[in-house]
Design a protein around this ligand. Structure first.
Ligand SMILES: [Zn+2]
Length: 251
């Protein structure tokens, strides 16, 4: 999971969302849940609201449309951070909308929610807070663990299935690819191959599980870096700390 900055929407889209929220507010409370589901599927809403909102979320997401929960690429659903069934009034509320893969959105998270609304949720919202305060990713294992004592970290791992199935294995592979690309980037720099350097940065940006790259960059400048990278080629840690590389990666 990666910290994501949420920009403002274009005014016309903000207005469309507000009008839909007002319609929801005018619906009797007991009927709101079902009405939210119907509105969400309404043809004009899909065309004029859902699609542009999804495009705005894709712009926000790191890499190639990376899921804002698990970090895998090509996410293609708009998720309600607080599910529609829990708070229908948040169905068309921009800060409640995230880009998610269908595995996170449907298979794992679904309608599960713990805590109080948006701000008091037990699930980490990467558009409001830094996930690294609650989650630690083992680079070699690809396994997420909660930062000591973080119930948010624990619940997020569980509810999004971050360590389920082949996800850890694919993250571990992403780390190996990243380490290789880093060395390739350094070799290209040595011979002044600017195009080659750009290609490597592009590959690192667009590979699945973008969270691996951000976790490595984060860990490289942490106090624990010498222990975290003890089994790696020392050149890899030096490169992750390299100002030119970090600037090229825009971290
Ligand atoms: Zn996902």
């Amino acid at each position: 999971m990666i910290r994501i900055i949420r920009p403002r929407l274009p005014t016309h889209l903000e207005t469309s969302l507000l009008i839909l929220t007002q319609e929801m507010a005018g619906t009797p409370v007991p009927e709101r849940g079902e009405h939210a589901e119907r509105m969400w599927e309404r043809k004009t809403v899909r065309r004029d609201v859902y699609r542009p909102v999804r495009e705005a979320l894709e712009e926000m997401a790191p890499g190639v449309d990376c899921c804002m929960y698990c970090g895998n690429h090509l996410a293609d659903t708009v998720d309600h951070f607080v599910p529609k069934s829990r708070c229908a009034l948040r169905t068309f509320y921009w800060p409640n909308l995230l880009l998610a893969c269908s595995t996170c959105n449907t298979r794992f998270k679904g309608n599960k929610h713990r805590g109080d609304g948006l701000v008091g949720s037990l699930l980490i919202d990467p558009t409001r807070e830094d996930p690294f305060e609650h989650l630690d990713l083992g680079l070699a294992s690809g396994v997420y663990r909660p930062v000591e004592g973080s119930s948010k970290g624990q619940w997020t791992i569980e509810v999004c299935g971050l360590n389920e199935g082949k996800r850890p294995r694919v993250r571990a592979e992403a780390w190996l690819n990243l380490a290789e690309d880093l060395q390739g980037w350094a070799q290209a720099r040595t011979v002044g191959d600017i195009k080659g350097m750009r290609r490597k940065i592009y590959r690192m940006h667009t590979q699945p599980f973008a969270d691996v790259c951000y976790a490595a960059l984060h860990k490289a400048v942490s106090e624990k870096a010498p222990q975290v990278f003890v089994d790696e080629d020392p050149a890899v840690l030096d490169l992750l700390r390299d100002d030119e590389f970090r600037a090229a990666f825009q971290i």
